[in-house]
Design a protein around this ligand. Structure first.
Ligand code: FES
Length: 148
């Protein structure tokens, strides 16, 4: 288990140090602000939908290693997905991290995020960007999401 923890830590630190898709999408058609008022971490998520497909997704902002790494992994996972596929991923991440509905297994790169459930206080960090992208895709406009 400690090897696995080391791996999780390495992946999280790599994404924190070198976040993927850390930029604004100027011609995005969906965006949302997410923030955790307990720590002050705040992210903006940008989505460019082309019909039903996520053509591009990115984020900016500042946060702890887990929130930034989770956002970075999320953008990698969602690019090219349909809305329905994205919704399924969102549900799985939520269930895997909260244990709701018996939990869920996360495959591939997202397996790293599943490791966060061992640290309940950090689950909000890992879900911040996912709640934010979910809100962005639900609305055409700029909205705010708060996790506490
Ligand atoms: Fe703020 Fe992690 S400590 S989101």
């Amino acid at each position: 288990m400690s090897d696995l923890r080391d791996l999780y830590q390495q992946v999280i630190l790599d994404h924190k140090k070198n976040p993927r898709n850390f930029r604004e999408i100027e011609d995005c058609n969906h965006m949302a602000h997410g923030n955790n008022p307990l720590c002050g971490d705040a992210l903006v998520v940008y989505v460019k939908l082309n019909d039903d497909v996520i053509e591009d997704v990115s984020f900016q902002g500042s946060g702890c290693a887990i929130s930034v790494a989770s956002a970075s992994l999320m953008t990698e996972m969602l690019k090219g997905k349909t809305m329905e596929e994205a919704e399924t991923l969102y549900d799985n991440v939520h269930k895997a991290l909260t244990g709701e509905d018996g939990g869920a297994e996360l495959a591939g790169k997202l397996e790293v995020l599943g490791g966060v459930k061992e640290f309940p206080a950090r689950v909000k960090c890992a879900t911040l960007s996912w709640h934010t992208v979910h809100a962005a895709m639900d609305n055409e406009h700029d909205i705010s999401v708060t996790t506490e």
